[in-house]
Design a protein around this ligand. Structure first.
Ligand SMILES: C[S@@+](CC[C@H](N)C(=O)[O-])C[C@H]1O[C@@H](n2cnc3c(N)ncnc32)[C@H](O)[C@@H]1O
Length: 279
């Protein structure tokens, strides 16, 4: 799948088809935003800068406000912006009340007693699961291949490291790598193999809550489905020292490949666990 969503490319070629709709992303910086910050994003993401929201050539735009970076849908009056916020909102709530090391995600990666594994989250997305794992003590490399999602994540992390409460934790335990994880894992030196590799690929019909639905819809418009997830699982199984964990909707079949050894299910989600024991 073509993952270049740049308006510059779209202006000279036919628009890129992602699922059913063509996606064209521009970038809009608020007047008071530092010009070098905006210019850096334009160059890095190869997006066309616009000055008004109502620009019909684009389906989405990245909105750089003085506070944060947001992804917005052009035509939708109802959909709110997509952005990463580890300091407040759902992430903060889950950090305080999410069940600590007893929650299913923690059990899935093998957080027991004092053990805090090193994790490569090879489908970082908006970094939610990776952040939860970091809060529970894991050191997490977040690998994301979509340049736009990676930009949102980078922005969320840069605000989080400045927060007095979680800044130190985020700075010490979370690291973002913008890359395709299949390549990242294949180039990883053996001395850096992680204890756990975590996969949460996009799945065609998942989770129904209104909030997640909105975010998933935006993510899906931008990224499509991760049809190459079985390849990612195959290479992950050769790189994880202890286990590979795959998050799936509860009723979905496991990813194509070897059968998971065991599963941990919650009402909507299931974690498929593949012990590796390469250490
Ligand atoms: C469902 S989202 C993950 C959500 C994430 N677990 C969270 O908590 O926010 C899947 C993400 O994985 C990324 N992805 C899928 N395959 C990848 C690959 N081979 N390398 C890097 N990123 C990948 C997609 O671009 C997408 O952002």
């Amino acid at each position: 799948m073509n993952r270049d969503h740049g308006g510059a490319a779209a202006a000279s070629a036919s628009p890129i088809e992602i699922t059913s709709a063509p996606v064209r992303v521009a970038i809009l910086a608020e007047p008071l935003v530092c010009p070098t910050l905006a210019a850096d994003l334009v160059t890095r993401l190869k997006l066309v800068p616009i000055t008004e929201t109502d620009t019909p050539d684009y389906t989405h735009y990245l909105h750089l406000t003085t506070e944060r970076l947001e992804l917005r849908e052009q035509s939708s009056g109802t959909t709110g912006p997509l952005y990463v916020d580890f300091v407040a909102g759902r992430a903060a709530h889950r950090r305080r009340f999410g069940g600590g090391r007893n929650q299913s995600l923690a059990r899935a990666v093998g957080l027991k007693g004092g053990i805090s594994p090193t994790v490569v989250d090879v489908t970082a997305g908006l970094g939610r699961d990776g952040f939860v794992l970091a809060c529970l003590g894991c050191t997490v490399a977040l690998v994301e291949r979509s340049p736009i999602i990676a930009a949102l994540l980078r922005d969320g992390l840069s605000r989080a490291v400045r927060d007095p409460e979680i800044g130190a934790l985020v700075g010490e335990r979370l690291r973002l790598v913008e890359a395709d994880s299949r390549e990242f894992l294949s180039l990883l030196p053996e001395s850096l193999y992680p204890d756990v590799i975590y996969l949460d690929p996009m799945y065609p019909h998942r989770r129904k809550s209104a909030l997640v639905k909105k975010e998933m819809r935006l993510l899906r418009q931008l990224i499509g489905d991760d049809g190459d997830a079985p390849d990612l699982l195959a290479i992950a199984l050769t790189r994880a020292k202890r286990r590979v964990v795959v998050k799936r909707p509860r009723t979905a079949p496991p990813l194509a490949g070897p059968e998971p050894s065991f599963q941990i299910a919650t009402p909507h989600t299931r974690f498929d666990i593949y012990p590796t024991n390469h250490h």
